[in-house]
Design a protein around this ligand. Structure first.
Ligand SMILES: Nc1ncnc2c1ncn2[C@@H]1O[C@H](COP(=O)(O)OP(=O)(O)OP(=O)(O)O)[C@@H](O)[C@H]1O
Length: 184
């Protein structure tokens, strides 16, 4: 058996992905899992070859090191009967669409740009420069997210309790699968 479908969580920085995810992990212990980054596990040449072969759903280079999430890493989580959570940007969503992973695509969106800006400012994690970059990227993300059929579920994170219920509802069939398999 392939295991439960992974879940892709996408949305602008500050939309509330981590907040919602934290609630999920708290309520459903042992149901969700994360894929391990391939950094350090393979050589640079090997990794470049794998990326060229389309084995990675996302990869990036930071200060000379390569990082990435491979399809195999996601499938390994799935094989352990866990819902693999993928927190990716729009490019990641597009890449995953090219694979046969068949995840549930969830978009988390802020109620408005003004609210997003306020939340990011109140979070106190960004410099002014980083904040401006994130707000600009958020604008682009919010536009691209409107593409019909791109996401299975769009969650407007206004009231966090309401947003969480909607997320939970959309994941319940997969959560049920995990629980049933664990009992078997
Ligand atoms: N519904 C909500 N109402 C008010 N504040 C919220 C709500 N959801 C999240 N927040 C707050 O907004 C801020 C941004 O949320 P969070 O860090 O979860 O976003 P994120 O999408 O994970 O961002 P990033 O991609 O940068 O990690 C946090 O300080 C969080 O506490």
């Amino acid at each position: 058996m392939a295991g439960p479908r992974p879940v892709v969580m996408s949305g602008p920085s500050g939309a509330g992905k981590s907040t919602l995810l934290k609630k999920l992990l708290k309520e459903f212990d042992g149901v969700f899992g994360f894929s391990v980054s391939h950094y350090h596990y393979v050589t640079r040449t090997e990794m470049q070859k794998s990326i060229a072969n389309g084995e990675f759903i996302e990869s990036a280079e930071f200060s000379g090191n390569m990082y990435g999430t491979s399809k195999a890493a996601v499938q390994a989580v799935q094989a352990r009967n866990l819902i693999c959570v993928l927190d990716v940007d729009m490019q990641g969503v597009k890449n995953i669409k090219q694979t046969d992973l068949n995840p549930l695509y969830v978009s988390v969106q802020p109620p408005s740009m003004d609210v997003l800006e306020k939340r990011l400012r109140d979070r106190n994690t960004e410099s002014e420069e980083s904040l401006q970059k994130r707000l600009h990227a958020a604008n682009v993300d919010m536009e691209k997210s409107k593409e019909p059929g791109l996401f299975d579920v769009v969650i407007i994170n206004d009231d966090v309790a309401v947003a969480y219920e909607k997320l939970k509802e959309s994941l319940l069939p997969e959560i049920q699968k995990v629980k049933v398999s664990n009992k078997a």
